[in-house]
Write a protein that binds this ligand. Sequence first.
Ligand code: NAD
Length: 483
Amino acid sequence: MPNLRLANLIDGRLQAPRQERWLDVFEPATGAVFAQCPDSSAEDVDFAVAAAQRAAPAWASTPAEQRARLLNRLADLIEARLDAFAALESRDSGKPLSLARSLDIPRAVSNLRYFAAAVVPWSSESHAMELGAINYTLRQPLGVVGCISPWNLPLYLFTWKIAPALAAGNAVVAKPSEITPCTAALLGELSIETGFPAGVLNIVQGRGPTVGQAIVEHRGVKAVSFTGSTRTGAQIAAAAAPQFKKVSLELGGKNPAIVFADADLGDANLDTIVRSGFANQGEICLCGSRLLVQRSIYDSFRARYLERVRALRVGDPGDAGTDLGALVSREHFDKVMACIAQARAEGGQVACGGEALALPGALSGGWYVAPTVIEGLGPDAVTNQQEIFGPVVSLIPFDDEEEAIAIANGTGYGLAASFWTGDLARAHRVASRLDFGIVWINCWLLRDLRTPFGGTKQSGLGREGGVEALRFFTEPKNVCIRY
Ligand code: NAD
């Protein structure tokens, strides 16, 4: 019997779902059920939206400094429980505890602190006009907004959405992934201790097609910020369209990492290139899953790269030495294994990995996949076009810059690209021609919260981060006053 039963946060109180239905939450490391999450209904969403509507006017007129103080207090409470949050995140998602401790939870804290700091000096534009008038623009909160987040970086992405929404003065109805609901539930408990007014933050747990869809379709919800798959993003865009509801969509990717022959391929950079493919078991939307390598260095690079990938340790997420933990769910494990089979079927060779790993003892029920490198497939192969979202990287040779750019841009996605070069002119040239929302040169995953984040093509719509997020969660109103 699972010992952890999560609750919804509605109107400032922890509540069971009205229909008393629950979903099992699995521990990916063992495959065992360890918690239960509310399987909420549209009725729970109605109650949450009603509570948010009651809270929204007072929250909107609360001074930004006071909203910022509460966000900072919540950040402090999470930071004080870093170990508990990290342990729960690792247990819920299968990611290495070390990663949850060094990346996920600290970033969640930073998200809250960043938007608390950003909203205070955020001012509206004003223009004095020749005719004796002043023209200024108010940025007013929207009222009630929806935030829907995925399972791969659970608290990191949950806070990435609720922090700017709350900072900008909106009341929020949020839904974390039903696959990894635990840390958001803990944050909800702490938000009560923080002192947020009842109804300002509501968390409704449950499945996407019920709770998520009810949030998107609810007439009281003025905008939806969503991070997740391209397929769900398209459904949300269609469901929001009849109401002309604002949506921000952060979706999937098929990101290239391009290695030019002139790159510094010292150990540090090579380690980063390996990490860019396999961090968090490859379950980061920004991971490079297509590794384009200039043909003149292909063989030497390949040998050093494979040596490092083979040395990655897959194992108990709780062990300090683990590089890759378990995949998040049985369903996702099956999908990744099917993608590897597909790569073989379309003529790819498995240069390393390619199989599920059976670990001993309690871990024998867990969902582990060996870090896998595929080669021999052309850029248009299914393996090089579809998002796998697991520990699978495909090596693709190219001859020159022109070809590298064409291959990199040649998928339906446009989230993030990284490339490695020692030539500054090439760095600027290639960056300007890559059709992606984010480009890293000689680095990967260096994120500055002040900068815009998002993708082109099927990787999304709009940008989050920095003032972009504050803009999304507010409505500009132009006011002209004659004196
Ligand atoms: P998903 O689309 O299955 O689910 C994401 C969230 O949407 C979950 O909370 C889910 O319950 C909810 N949902 C599902 N169906 C819904 C519906 N019809 N209406 C409303 N909500 C619904 O995605 P996932 O499998 O949880 O996450 C993995 C995907 O997320 C990958 O494609 C990955 O690339 C993407 N991702 C993108 C970014 C980014 O910033 N661009 C970041 C992380 C993950």
